[in-house]
Ligand binder design. Structure first.
Ligand SMILES: [Zn+2]
Length: 139
């Protein structure tokens, strides 16, 4: 897709997007931190670089964006209208990789919790965060 805006206009837009929309993984981290949990971020030692690793609870939390992780039956997921074949195979590849990573981590006795971006939106977002804490504390 052609982008005719000047580099300045582009970077202005990007910085606005970043500052106005907190990333979903940041929302979850801030919540857990406020509740007293301590974690490691994007730990490269583990498959899939989990967004949040809670060693004390032997738990990992992946916060998945609905597009890149191809959230099935998600109202927020929209397949791009062009290059459909490319996107289909790319996103299916991402989804399969996620599944394999999670299986392997579970086999290594980690509890793996996936929080979807869409679950954090709207009025049910807070409830999802509360249930996440339950999942961490009461396996
Ligand atoms: Zn979703």
């Amino acid at each position: 897709m052609a982008d005719n805006r000047s580099p300045q206009a582009r970077s202005y837009n990007m910085s606005r997007i970043r500052s106005t929309n907190t990333k979903p993984e940041e929302v979850v981290r801030k919540y857990l931190f406020a509740k007293g949990f301590r974690y490691r971020k994007n730990d490269r030692r583990y498959l899939g670089k989990p967004d949040i690793v809670l060693p004390k609870h032997r738990t990992m939390v992946f916060v998945h964006g609905c597009f890149w992780h191809y959230h099935e039956n998600c109202p927020h997921f929209v397949m791009p209208k062009s290059n459909v074949e490319f996107w289909q195979s790319k996103l299916e590849g991402n989804r399969n990789r996620d599944k394999k990573n999670i299986q392997k981590l579970r086999a290594a006795k980690w509890r793996v919790i996936v929080v979807w971006e869409c679950e954090l939106k709207g009025i049910t977002g807070e409830a999802r965060l509360e249930s996440l804490i339950n999942e961490i504390l009461n396996p």
